[in-house]
Design a protein around this ligand. Structure first.
Ligand SMILES: Nc1ncnc2c1ncn2[C@@H]1O[C@H](COP(=O)(O)OP(=O)(O)OP(=O)(O)O)[C@@H](O)[C@H]1O
Length: 603
């Protein structure tokens, strides 16, 4: 990496660290090391290790300013930087106009800080943006018109002081959108049924669908006020009408107060794709109650544990406010269905009294102490990624370790690929998108949990769940006992000693890629998928590897081969020779970008 890039990065971090320049947090970024070759913390480079692609500086207690001008004015940086993420710090000041020079940014995430002032209009120049998150700050003024950023997928601006009208967005292209709790006013642009009131609530002057307050009533209100002044007193009809408005107004005010109270609690909550369902399911009681219960997570099920022992220690709830009222007794009392017994233990689906559906994993073989288990769970709770399913609560005693997660209603990747009937909708673009999303999330988790040595440990297609929008959701991250994580479960590893748990995840991810590409089971009739793929590729019949369904939809062979090459690198028998998840993620994302470009070209 060029010297000037290094210098700029170090100055950028210095400014970010502290507003008064006294505190310096740059011990891990120094001039005599290289951001890429020496893997600076929070820096992700391209595979050639020449260019910085991502700056991931979330939750570092930074309390300085964000000098986007310095960062984006330097061309060797702005030409390659795709991700800038500083979520959950204490950064103040504003965002400089020059941010518009970082035109390659796909992710700009500045949520959860003290940033203020107006948003630069140059944000509209970031044509490649997919995710813009400015939520939970003190931004004011109007929103720039971002409607020209056609690829924008996620826009979060909730909990700021933004005002004016909400500009038109291409709501059909947005997967997630939230401008709640600001000072926006006027009519909401047409959202075409893509978003609901919760995306707009908490803006007292905002009206129109999907909020309950309709704009014509606002206009009527004003008109009536005018005529009222010119008359002596209101008629009977007017009194009736006014009381109707008053009642409606009261309902809206109560609703806003209720939401404002809730807002305090939810401010620090990470937006999670995997979270979506809990909120939906609280009211989804009828469909849940009708499910068939084959067993129960009853006191007798937990036979190894004395009942009094269980009751004496309570459930540790970590996901607030979603699971605020969750009690251990609720889990025991509720009907439960055994979903499976796997490597990590048994899994139960439990329907709670309030209609919320959760799953409870009863871990087996956790030999380490309760204290260590608690520490691990608390650490995992600090590191969040939107597509990694977080645990809502956990329980630990000498004999029992339980984990509570949200139930995800759309099955798993395993079922999608190998279930019958085969889903025709799971085409190449979706498979590639899923691979890129999972690779991104794993790269992030590996980076954040690298020092703690917590890898996934049991990655497989049945642990990639699908949420209500069919988006992937990685479950059971980090719950495999460390001893198990380190003992490779894959035959033929040529490494002496225990392989790195992170490289074991990379191997497992490679296997998932093979499942996506071939549509075949990991083991079928005694044949191992990895062996089969390697032998076919050796014989130079590469085309034979791919799922017939992909061939029939004319998926790009070139990009399938590119993805296959990534998979083959991941399943290298030598753990050392496998790439890191960061590298994997970057390559898959570039294949995905190629795919997207070709789709635009074809269209
Ligand atoms: N949170 C969840 N919501 C819905 N289904 C889930 C959830 N977690 C797991 N499942 C599904 O429940 C089934 C049983 O899960 P279980 O974890 O017991 O299986 P496994 O992955 O083979 O086991 P292990 O992870 O312990 O090796 C799987 O089909 C899995 O996809």
């Amino acid at each position: 990496v060029e010297e000037e890039v290094k210098t700029t990065l170090i100055s950028f971090l210095e400014k970010l660290s502290s507003s008064n320049g006294q505190q310096n947090n740059t011990t891990f970024w120094t001039q005599d090391t290289d951001p890429c070759k020496d893997s600076w913390e929070g820096v992700v480079c391209d595979p050639s290790k020449e260019h910085v692609r991502s700056l991931l500086l979330d939750r570092h207690n930074f309390s300085g300013t964000l000098d986007a001008a310095m960062l984006c004015k330097l061309q060797p940086l702005s030409d390659y930087l795709t991700v800038l993420s500083v979520d959950g710090n204490n950064i103040s000041g504003g965002i400089a106009f020059e941010v518009g020079n970082c035109t390659h940014l796909t992710h700009l995430i500045v949520s959860g800080n003290q940033l203020s002032g107006g948003l630069p209009s140059s944000l509209a120049m970031l044509n490649n943006l997919k995710r813009l998150d400015i939520s939970n700050n003190n931004f004011s003024g109007e929103l720039p018109n971002l409607s020209r950023i056609s690829g924008l997928n996620v826009f979060f601006a909730q909990n700021n002081h933004l005002s004016g009208q909400i500009p038109r967005f291409d709501f059909s292209n947005l997967a997630r959108f939230n401008v709640s709790f600001n000072n926006f006013s006027g009519p909401i642009p047409y959202v075409g049924g893509h978003f609901f009131a919760d995306s707009f609530i908490g803006n007292p002057e905002l009206c129109g669908n999907p909020l309950p307050k309709n704009c014509s009533s606002l206009a009527l209100d004003e008109k009536t006020e005018e005529t009222e002044e010119s008359k002596d007193g209101p008629s009977k009809d007017q009194i009736l009408m006014y009381s109707g408005y008053a009642a409606l107004g009261l309902i809206v005010v109560l609703f806003v107060i209720f939401k404002l109270c809730k807002r305090k609690k939810t401010e620090k909550k990470v937006d999670s794709v995997c979270d979506l369902e809990a909120t939906h399911n609280v009211t989804d009681k009828s469909s849940i109650v009708s499910s068939e219960y084959k067993g129960g997570l009853s006191k007798s099920e937990l036979s190894g544990t004395s009942e009094s022992g269980l009751a004496s220690q309570s459930l540790i709830v970590v996901a607030r406010p979603v699971a605020d009222d969750l009690k251990f007794e609720d889990l025991l009392r509720a009907p439960a269905e055994l979903l499976g017994r796997g490597k990590n233990g048994s899994l139960y689906k439990v329907v709670l009294d309030n209609g919320m559906v959760v799953v409870v994993k009863r871990l087996k073989d956790w030999t380490s102490s309760s204290h260590e288990f608690k520490q691990r769970m608390e650490r995992l709770n600090q590191v969040k990624h939107s597509i990694v399913l977080p645990h809502l609560a956990f329980y630990t005693s000498k004999q029992e370790k339980l984990l509570v997660y949200e139930y995800q209603h759309n099955g798993s990747l395993f079922k999608l690929l190998h279930g019958t009937p085969k889903s025709k909708a799971f085409d190449w673009t979706k498979r590639l998108g899923l691979a890129a999303a999972v690779a991104d999330a794993l790269a992030y988790m590996h980076q954040e949990l690298g020092e703690d040595g917590i890898a996934h440990g049991n990655l497989k297609s049945s642990n990639i769940l699908l949420n209500i929008n069919m988006e992937p959701c990685i479950s059971e991250y980090g719950i495999t006992a460390i001893d198990d994580q380190n003992s490779s479960s894959f035959a033929g590893s040529v490494d002496a000693g225990a392989p790195d748990a992170f490289k074991t995840d990379v191997y497992a991810f490679g296997v998932i890629l093979l499942e996506l590409l071939t549509g075949k089971l990991v083991k079928s009739d005694g044949v191992d998928l990895t062996d089969w793929v390697q032998s076919v590729v050796r014989e130079e019949w590469t085309g034979e590897v791919f799922d017939r369904f992909l061939i029939s939809e004319y998926a790009s062979e070139e990009r399938m081969v590119n993805l296959l090459q990534v998979a083959i690198k991941c399943i290298n028998r030598s753990a050392e020779a496998r790439p890191s998840m960061n590298q994997v993620s970057l390559v898959i994302n570039s294949i995905k970008e190629e795919e997207e470009k070709s789709l635009i070209y074809e269209a």
